[in-house]
Write a protein that binds this ligand. Sequence first.
Ligand SMILES: Cc1cc2nc3c(=O)[nH]c(=O)nc-3n(C[C@H](O)[C@H](O)[C@H](O)COP(=O)(O)OP(=O)(O)OC[C@H]3O[C@@H](n4cnc5c(N)ncnc54)[C@H](O)[C@@H]3O)c2cc1C
Length: 465
Amino acid sequence: MSTAPALLQDEFLDALRGILGDRVSTADAVREQHGHDESYHDGQPPDAVVFPENADEVAAVVRLCADHHVPVIPFGTGTSLEGHVAALGGGVCIDVSRMNKIIRVNAEDMDVTVEPGVTRKQLNEYLRDTGLFFPVDPGADASIGGMTATRASGTNAVRYGTMRENVLSLGVVLADGRQIRTAGRARKSSAGYDLTRLYVGSEGTLGVITEITLRLFGIPEAISAAVASFPDLESAVNAVILTIQSGIPVARIELLDEVQMDAVNKYSKLDYPVQPTLFFEFHGSEAGVAEQAETVQAIATDFGAADFKWATRPEDRSALWQARHDAYYAALALRPGAKGMATDACVPISRLAECIMETRKDIDESGILAPIVGHVGDGNFHLCMIFDPDDADELARAKALNERMIMRALAMEGTCTGEHGVGIGKMDFLIAAHGEELDRFVFHRDWKRVRGKKVDRGSVVDVLE
Ligand SMILES: Cc1cc2nc3c(=O)[nH]c(=O)nc-3n(C[C@H](O)[C@H](O)[C@H](O)COP(=O)(O)OP(=O)(O)OC[C@H]3O[C@@H](n4cnc5c(N)ncnc54)[C@H](O)[C@@H]3O)c2cc1C
């Protein structure tokens, strides 16, 4: 049942209901569900959740919120990993899941325009008969709006790029309710500021994305996947580095260490060797795929790989990638009742082996259960640290491990987040990455008081102030 929201007055709620009728909820369960993501971070429910069905409704809600200085938090599917959707300053959560229409497929131009609540699986299902597909794949069935807002990537990015490369244009509701289109559908433009890329990765702080035009790709004539086990972690990482430096256009190249392989075997009922392992996928013509696979196999063998297992049938490939995508949940299942903290370092490829090996040493010294997985072709890897939420000492050790990993990545000219985004978990590290001046120029207030929880973020209204 509904509770009396702290921030919102009756008059405001009446006005909200005047716009959306019964598509406004202040029910505890609905607010609770919208106040947290998939991460370990504490959630914070918004005061109300609204379910608009088109951009004009979003604009009307945002305008009302701006007039009343009420924060706005856009919400896609809530799969983010850094406390992104927590309503730290209360306010209205705009859930765009009912805006889930695929507006137009332009097959000749290889692009598609969608509403923000369309999920990536829904899109690819829809596109299947067109011979086209959308490659950005974060594993979770995230919304295209959320993926745009977090500048997501995933397993295919090494070949097809991230959301940064694949978003052509956006419809956005600005913080005062005005609506803009950031670009046309042209593949290139030098018409001044690149507004599209300003919004890609803005995490709901600059506006609500209401329409996205994406690049599409032809489904490759041939696809094959392979799994190879290595004698040690360093050999596996060095095989990746040489593959990338040799310019082989692998579509996917994923690392799982032996702890993660054990977890995957148990969770997905598989029997891969419990050793550091690379999962590969090759896309292209029959001849091209065969050539890429042969070259990579030779590189892997030079680094001691054994057990090269091939998967060419679609069902075998999807079982293999499903196991990879379930890695987070497989790691969590290693210790029932525990929580997971996902880290997200990304470094230039030449520093990857050093970064992973030093991190492995830290893991061993910390005593934290922390399987390693990574989109290593991009220099990006994660620890899924498993900890007991009631054990303050273990949580502190996990946080210290995360911090060391981030500072190491920054020292190697990398980033504190390759793909998960900032949310509330990485706010402090942006200052470590960009310096104190960032505080003055980019973020408007109270930035450094994050640790003291005096934060009012995730709000398009904030930007106006
Ligand atoms: C098991 C697992 C694996 C994952 N693997 C990957 C991975 O490989 N790569 C990767 O990049 N991510 C990964 N993620 C993280 C997550 O899936 C991505 O961050 C995804 O892009 C979030 O999309 P969402 O729809 O769930 O967004 P939400 O979680 O709903 O929102 C995320 C942020 O975007 C904002 N937002 C949402 N919709 C809009 C909109 N329409 N307009 C403006 N702002 C908006 C929100 O306010 C919030 O700040 C993984 C998550 C899980 C649980």
